[in-house]
Design a protein around this ligand. Structure first.
Ligand code: NAG
Ligand code: NAG
Ligand code: NAG
Ligand code: NAG
Ligand code: NAG
Length: 276
């Protein structure tokens, strides 16, 4: 591997060719107010993806999902808390410094580190940052004098757990509708489909899942009536927003009976199970 240009610059231009302002002084201003960085759609498709990193007008640097066809920003799943009604205290730039730290610079010159973590000395390491297609913003380092070809190591990620960070009030998390998200050891999303669901696009594990059974019909004596369905209990899977009802305390037998009465189908109750 050969790195010649100042490495930070090199990688930012390589990864985000269109949206960044860079300075050749070792500290790179990657974003001004109003700036947007988009993830790619998938590992191999470089079209605009579902995740954005933005410095919004109120001074907050955020990670958010968006509506793909329009780019309309949905709610944030990570934010810097640098909003201030006093504009000289609000964030105005996002900087990536020589030690691989990302911070928001307030107009008062105060720095707010986006995510704390170990310090990897700048003199001995290259740094890079990537907003991945699963919504995880990862800061990496690589030793300058590495004899072999070992890969970049993860220094820190934003957020720490993408599966639980994206609430999915609108839109989906990294695994799409019906997809179930599990966090990997390097804090990236691993997606799977629940039992009796399969991938919407067989080539895209992050594109969501569809039921392998017909939709329930709310009538008696038809093929897809409630009695033809079975409720499957899954653990650690939640659909936190737009819940239909909340019964507590309650036992599962009562729940199943009530659910049938309410005509809640497995498909409905898993609709947003994915990272939400
Ligand atoms: C980067 O910014 C820090 C803090 O503002 C400053 O001390 C340092 O000199 C800057 N590095 C370069 C190469 O300008
Ligand atoms: C990338 O995805 C977009 C949107 O789904 C699609 O239109 C385009 O053909 C894809 N490009 C490649 C190279 O697969
Ligand atoms: C705004 O913040 C600056 C810097 O902290 C301070 O000097 C100034 O008094 C503040 N202005 C108001 C109106 O609070
Ligand atoms: C980069 O920023 C972090 C956090 O503010 C700071 O601890 C570190 O010393 C900075 N590195 C340089 C080279 O200025
Ligand atoms: C470099 O990569 C090759 C092929 O992936 C591998 O066989 C080799 O062991 C690696 N060398 C080091 C020092 O990691």
């Amino acid at each position: 591997m050969a790195f010649d240009l100042p490495c930070i610059l090199y990688f930012f231009f390589l990864l985000f060719p269109s949206s960044l302002v860079a300075q050749r002084n070792g500290n790179v201003t990657i974003m001004e107010k109003g700036g947007i960085l988009s993830s790619r759609l998938s590992e191999t498709n470089f079209s605009q993806g579902r995740f954005q990193f933005r410095l919004i007008q109120d001074g907050n640097a955020v990670l958010n999902t968006n509506n793909l066809p329009t780019g309309f920003a949905y709610e944030a799943y990570f934010w810097s808390n640098t909003v201030d009604s006093n504009s000289s205290n609000a964030g105005y730039q996002v900087v990536f410094n020589e030690s691989g730290y990302l911070y928001v610079l307030r107009a008062s010159n105060k720095r707010e580190v986006l995510t704390p973590g170990r310090v990897v000395p700048a003199t001995e390491n290259y740094h890079r940052a990537t907003l991945h297609f699963d919504g995880v913003f990862v800061l990496y380092s690589h030793p300058k004098n590495s004899p072999g070809n070992e890969s970049w190591s993860v220094v820190r990620t934003m957020p720490v757990n993408i599966c639980t960070a994206v609430r999915g009030l609108k839109g989906t998390g990294p695994c799409g509708f019906n997809g179930v998200c599990t966090i990997s050891t390097d804090q990236r999303a691993i997606c799977s489909c629940p039992q009796r669901f399969s991938l919407l696009d067989p080539d895209d594990p992050y594109g969501g899942c569809k039921p392998d059974f017909p939709t329930q019909v709310c009538a008696e004596d038809v093929l897809n009536a409630p009695e033809d369905y079975e409720l499957v209990q899954l653990t650690n899977i939640d659909w936190p927003e737009s819940d239909y009802e909340m019964y507590t305390p309650y036992n599962i037998e009562d729940y199943i009976t009530t659910s049938k009465a309410l005509q809640i189908t497995p498909a409905d109750s898993l609709q947003k199970a994915g990272c939400s």
